[in-house]
Write a protein that binds this ligand. Structure first.
Ligand code: HEC
Length: 507
């Protein structure tokens, strides 16, 4: 439709300026005398200046700054000449007597054409907007154009002057636009062309490897290079320690965090101190299990991971235990099921938790989470009976925490009433685990992204909503992948749980 409008407009322009003067030659003004000597001089000067400006680009013998200076001077001159030309043309026009037989006509055609343009311009937005559901997509639309423009100018700057700042800005912009291949190529270009190589180029490459290929050994190499290039960069040290920890190298992880805390800027970081304590606690068990992976050492490792809150790592080890040693371990099934539930995989969670139930039907965690998973899958009757069993095992309603409330809620929903947000809190946590935890940590403690726990910027609802929708910096936007309702739940979870300094309060 837009194309049709544009074609019609072009046809109109053609008609106004070409066809009408041909059909009605008397209407147009007589052309000024083109052989006016002053005008001719000016035109020659103009052409010479334009040529000079053009040729400047090829003057590789001149320094860039000098070329810029010259260009600015020529352009200023050319502007002056153009102005003089305009003035001369006007003068000539006024001196030409209008045709005695024909009064100069009011330019109806041009005027009606102009008013048509104005009307079109006024109508255009209202024509385009309604097709973009609501206001949100328009911002997207405008944002895209802005982004494309910004990217073009960054590309130009980087080609003209491929220094650290320009290349970094360009590479980051590619990344923000999700053009991972171009981003990686540009960071790699920095590592091959710049000397010394900036540490940030290596660490960005490391994050790219982690985020897009899940290539942990590849990322590790880059982060080690980043640390070599800048041994006091705290972010690099922190990430490096996490990678060592994930690669079953707790001693290296401990050493790296000790380096972190030995730096003046990192000395008071409570979060890192806590993390270091955790690494130290896990280190001996992890080393024992790595050196001699028996049922005992692995079970001890899984339990330690679980106790310190490393639930996904614990689940990995429980899976090893089940497949290599003891296919009848109820606790392992239960904890794997809980982790699956948190990551939003209800079907698999129910499978695991039902197996756990079959082995031990008196484990409160199993009963609670099996009920949660049934509820999230809309299997309300099963949720209610599982939670009722929980209340029984717990020893009555008093001792059952929030579970009686969950049962009420499920019963109300079964009766067709809209449910309140009792369980929504849990799905906030699972949405977070599935979409955000890779960067912000499963508990919001931070990682590639900043910590959200007790973070005042994460307590600002409008800010958080905008951020989740559109992203910022290295954080992607989620407006395309999450529903409005899911975003609402996440905003609520971040603002009212994480930012207040607590993870979701479980019943
Ligand atoms: C690819 C990694 C990544 C993912 C996935 C991610 N974030 Fe982020 N997040 C970041 C980074 C990096 C920042 C810092 C952005 C900046 O200011 O440049 C950030 C910033 C934030 C902030 C602002 C914190 C502050 O101190 O300014 C909030 C809130 C937030 N993210 C929430 C979320 C939520 C909720 C999700 C899931 C829907 C999510 N993030 C997914 C990387 C990520």
């Amino acid at each position: 439709m837009l194309t049709v409008i544009i074609i019609v407009l072009l046809a109109l322009i053609f008609f106004t300026y070409v066809a009408i003067p041909l059909i009605f030659p008397g209407q147009s003004d007589r052309l000024p005398d083109s052989r006016d000597p002053i005008k001719q001089d000016l035109e020659e000067e103009r052409d010479a200046l334009f040529r000079a400006i053009k040729e400047l680009d090829a003057r590789n013998d001149l320094a860039q700054t000098r070329r810029d200076q010259l260009r600015a001077r020529y352009e200023a001159k050319a502007a002056k000449v153009l102005r003089a030309l305009d003035e001369r043309q006007l003068e000539l026009k006024e001196n030409v007597p209008s045709r005695p037989t024909q009064r100069k006509r009011f330019p109806y055609v041009t005027l009606s054409f102009l008013s048509l343009m104005v009307i079109m311009a006024a109508l255009m937005p209202s024509y385009v907007l309604p097709r973009m559901n609501g206001g949100t997509v328009t911002t997207f639309f405008e944002g895209d154009i802005e982004q494309a423009k910004a990217l073009k100018s960054l590309e130009r700057a980087a080609n003209k002057n491929p220094n650290e700042d320009n290349l970094m800005a360009l590479a980051d912009a590619y990344w923000q636009l999700n053009d991972v291949a171009q981003a990686e190529a540009t960071y790699l270009r920095m590592t091959s062309e710049l000397n010394p190589v900036p540490a940030l180029a290596y660490s960005r490459l490391g994050y790219l490897k982690l985020q897009n290929d899940n290539d942990i050994p590849g990322a590790l190499t880059y982060f080690e290079q980043a640390q070599e290039a800048d041994p006091s960069d705290l972010d690099t040290l922190y990430t490096l320690s996490e990678i060592y920890f994930s690669q079953a190298r707790p001693d290296d992880a401990v050493k790296t965090l000790e380096t972190y805390l030995s730096l003046p800027a990192g000395a008071d970081d409570e979060e890192v101190k806590t993390r270091l304590e955790l690494f130290k606690q896990v280190a001996p068990v992890l080393n024992a299990a790595t050196q001699d992976p028996t049922q005992e050492t692995l079970a001890a490792l899984a339990d330690t991971y679980w106790q310190v809150g490393e639930r996904e790592r614990a689940a990995d080890i429980y899976i090893q235990l089940l497949s290599n040693f003891d296919a009848h371990n109820g606790l392992a099934y239960s904890r794997i099921g809980q982790v699956l539930f948190f990551s939003g995989r209800n079907v698999q969670a129910i499978d695991m938790l039902e197996r756990a139930m079959a082995i031990d039907d008196a484990n409160l965690d199993t009963l609670l989470f099996l009920g949660n998973a049934y509820f999230s899958s809309d299997r309300l009757e099963e949720a209610i009976s599982t939670w009722e069993h929980y209340v029984e095992v717990a020893g009555g309603e008093e001792a059952a925490g929030r579970v009686p409330g969950l049962i009420e809620n499920a019963k109300a929903r079964l009766a067709g009433a809209p449910t309140d947000s009792t369980v929504v809190e849990v799905s906030g946590e699972s949405l977070f685990a599935a979409n955000c935890a890779a960067c912000h940590g499963l508990a919001g403690q931070g990682g590639i992204g900043p910590t959200l726990i007790a973070n005042s910027r994460a307590a600002n609802e409008a800010n958080v909503r905008n951020l989740i929708q559109y992203g910022r910096g290295l954080m992607p936007g989620f407006i395309a992948s999450l529903s409005e309702e899911q975003i609402d739940i996440l905003v609520d979870f971040v603002v009212n749980n994480l930012a207040q300094g607590q993870t979701s309060e479980r019943p």
